[in-house]
Design a protein around this ligand. Structure first.
Ligand code: ATP
Length: 134
């Protein structure tokens, strides 16, 4: 079976890598995509959300990623995002607090609120909480 090499890069360096994955499932702005070794070359923008890496033995790893890009080419998947956390590294309490702050900001709609920023914070917190439950 052909396998995939996966690398997730953030401004702080490589956050994750896997050499022999069978599939990566990610949320692009055009919908959810499952990338396998024979996938056509692709560049797509990523939405904030969970990302799943599947291995030939059926094992799965989940990460929460923020906005960014994915490039796939010849069995290599390169993901460039602002932030990425593996499920085991997610601070659930921190994500809950971030979710609450974002919800309060969006509910109050005070003058000068950066709605896009608050929505992004909300999406990141939701993705972290979802991944932490995996
Ligand atoms: P907060 O408001 O709690 O700081 P944030 O969404 O503003 O959250 P980011 O700017 O997305 O935080 O991330 C800053 C750094 O903190 C990144 O390295 C990210 O991986 C890490 N990080 C953010 N939230 C969490 C979390 N709940 N658990 C683990 N790491 C986190």
């Amino acid at each position: 079976m052909n396998t995939l090499s996966v690398s997730i890069v953030t401004p702080n360096g490589e956050a994750y890598s896997a050499k022999e994955a069978s599939m990566v499932v990610l949320g692009t702005t055009s919908g959810q995509v499952g990338v396998m070794a024979n996938h056509v070359p692709m560049v797509a923008s990523l939405k904030v959300g969970p990302l799943k890496v599947v291995f030939p033995d059926g094992r799965e790893e989940y990460l929460a990623v923020s906005e960014g890009f994915v490039e796939t080419h010849k069995g290599e998947v390169t993901i460039i995002v602002q932030t990425a956390e593996l499920d085991k590294d997610i601070d659930v309490e921190r994500a809950r607090r971030a979710l609450q702050r974002a919800e309060e900001r969006l509910a109050k709609k005070e003058n000068g609120l950066d709605v896009r920023r608050a929505e992004l914070a909300l999406a990141k917190a939701c993705a972290r909480l979802k991944v932490s439950e995996k």
